[in-house]
Design a protein around this ligand. Structure first.
Ligand SMILES: Nc1ncnc2c1ncn2[C@@H]1O[C@H](COP(=O)(O)OP(=O)(O)O)[C@@H](O)[C@H]1O
Ligand SMILES: O=C(CO)[C@@H](O)[C@H](O)COP(=O)(O)O
Length: 516
């Protein structure tokens, strides 16, 4: 007899900066399973901090590729031990931290296609990478390559019009150019270059997965209107790059079925489909079912802010990506590097390493912080490019310290004011109907969300799990199954639970000098 339909599910994965996470979503779009593996805590042998290694120059930031592979082994074993029924998985999709790149060594595809179900992946893939430490989105060591790329295509604005962004250090084309220039031998021994997202999809497929349009937009290589690689950009970065990247595909493409490795080792059904993986921010857009006019704020390792766009409006600040759920449309994104790790630092310095003490400071201080303002950038910020801590008293004098509770409110208000100011710089306006959808680890914190509502003067909503990239990936897997019949994403997710109201602006917030 057929299994009850309600038990069938799709899996959504997220290979993010600090962890690998997974959710299972059933056919009624309820989350029925959630798990994660945390790199610093669960994979101590790799010695990462916040999931990465910051090199001595302070600019180069990498993560070991085998750590990501081993994390997948561990999480699959955890699922198996917990009795998760893999035979019910109809399809899976996933997300990855954006911009990071993986370099598969010549011959790796042979290993991928002949995986033995008796061994974990990390034991079999050890010799498959020509670069063992992958550049990730926190890297800012490629300024020279950025200037070369902009010069090659006629300047920063020209590059932005073509690819959706001026040259950014973390964008993959510039990272590849650096590897080609500094390590040409490793580059020539590379048969395939994946993004973190398409790398993770390749692990499930047992063959190389293509890069999807949406995550591909974070490389400074893809023409976001034509959706093909820009020959000018490829040529400016490295030789033979097109063949190493493969052709990009629409984000809702089914890219194949899971490898027999997963069928034999874990009991996945042989026909279980793999839908192209995408970037974690595009996947979050899907998970939050963002609509035009809404604004999403992700408070993960990075803080990001993103919007649904009908038409691309490339500028010198921010990024335009292809939309992950509608190939005709786009999304705009702003990324702030000093997000959760900066909040953790101030928590450790001023609130005895405790989020509840941190919250007490937000509760006991007044909205507007008595005129005290602070901007905290311990690492070189992306939006805008600035470093250091800058505190200003009510009299507008730069000061070197604040009392502990004023410090905490200054940090959170400063972070959200910067988001609003930069979003307005992109042309975004808070309207009476505006909803803010919050996600990411810090969206668990109600007091932080209250400040977000006050600074934006708009209500803040959350979805039941802060893992919107995972949930969005599971939704995208359902969409991939249906997309062959042209069903729009909004139709596929119409039964999903509505976001829940988490904070409304405090009366009087808009009189406190919020930008207008
Ligand atoms: N209660 C909380 N208040 C504020 N921040 C929190 C809280 N719980 C978790 N976080 C933050 O969430 C971050 C992880 O967010 P997450 O979205 O899981 O990151 P990523 O997807 O980049 O790995 C942690 O670095 C931590 O600072
Ligand atoms: O660089 C960006 C977006 O452009 C980052 O948002 C990365 O995608 C990392 O995401 P998190 O792990 O912080 O969610």
């Amino acid at each position: 007899m057929a299994e009850p339909a309600a038990r069938r599910c799709c899996l959504g994965w997220d290979f993010s900066t600090q962890q690998v996470k997974v959710v299972a979503v059933d056919a009624e779009l309820n989350v029925i399973y959630e798990d994660s593996v945390h790199f610093d805590r669960d994979l101590l042998e790799f010695g990462t901090q916040g999931g990465v290694h910051v090199h001595e120059n302070g600019l180069t930031v990498t993560s070991p590729v085998l750590m990501w592979v081993k994390a997948l082994d561990i999480i699959l074993e955890k699922m198996k031990t917990s009795g998760f029924d893999f035979s019910q998985v109809l399809a899976l999709s996933g997300a990855g931290q954006q911009h990071g790149s993986v370099y598969w060594k010549t011959g790796a595809s042979q290993v991928l296609t002949s995986l033995s179900p008796n061994l974990p992946l990390h034991e079999q893939l050890q010799a498959c990478f020509s670069i063992s430490d992958c550049p990730v989105w926190m890297d800012s060591s490629t300024t020279a390559q950025c200037r070369q790329l902009e010069a090659a295509v006629g300047g920063a604005q020209a590059l932005s019009c073509l690819t959706g962004s001026r040259a950014y250090e973390r964008f993959t084309g510039n990272q590849i150019a650096k590897i080609y220039q500094q390590n040409p031998e490793a580059y020539s021994h590379t048969e395939r270059i994946s993004l973190v997202s398409s790398f993770a999809a390749s692990l499930f497929l047992g063959s190389y997965s293509p890069i999807d349009y949406s995550d591909g937009s974070g490389m400074n290589l893809l023409q976001i209107q034509g959706k093909v690689w820009s020959q000018a950009c490829l040529g400016a970065c490295a030789p033979h790059l097109e063949e190493k990247l493969g052709s990009p595909v629409p984000s809702c493409s089914v890219v194949g079925a899971v490898s027999s490795y997963y069928v034999q080792r874990y009991g996945f059904p042989p026909g279980c489909k793999v839908v192209a993986f995408t970037g974690d921010n595009p996947a979050s857009l899907a998970g939050m079912r963002l609509e035009e006019g809404d604004i999403a704020v992700s408070l993960g390792t990075s803080d990001t802010l993103f919007l649904w766009l009908q038409e691309p409006t490339p500028a010198l600040e921010g990024h335009i990506f292809c939309n992950p759920v509608d190939t005709q449309h786009y999304m705009a994104l702003l990324c702030f590097k000093n997000g959760s790790l900066m909040r953790e630092k101030i928590r450790d310095e001023s609130a005895s390493r405790s989020w509840s003490e941190f919250s007490k400071a937000l509760q006991s201080t007044e909205m507007g912080n008595g005129g005290n303002l602070g901007f905290y950038f311990d690492v070189m910020e992306i939006t805008p490019e600035i470093v250091g801590r800058h505190r200003f008293s009510a009299e507008n004098r730069e000061v070197s310290a604040f009392p502990w509770d004023v410090e905490i409110r200054a940090l959170i208000e400063g972070q959200f004011m910067a988001k609003r100011i930069h979003a307005e710089g992109l042309g975004y306006r808070v309207m009476p109907k505006t909803k803010i959808l919050a996600t990411g680890g810090a969206s668990h914190n109600r007091d932080i969300l209250q400040v977000l509502a006050d600074v934006f003067g708009a209500p803040v909503y959350v979805i039941d799990t802060a893992n919107s990239a995972c949930v969005g990936s599971a939704y995208r897997a359902f969409h991939g199954l249906a997309a062959e019949t042209d069903v729009p994403f909004s139709e596929v997710v119409k039964l999903a639970p509505n976001p829940r109201l988490a904070a409304t602006p405090t009366p009087g917030a808009s009189q406190l000098g919020a930008p207008s």
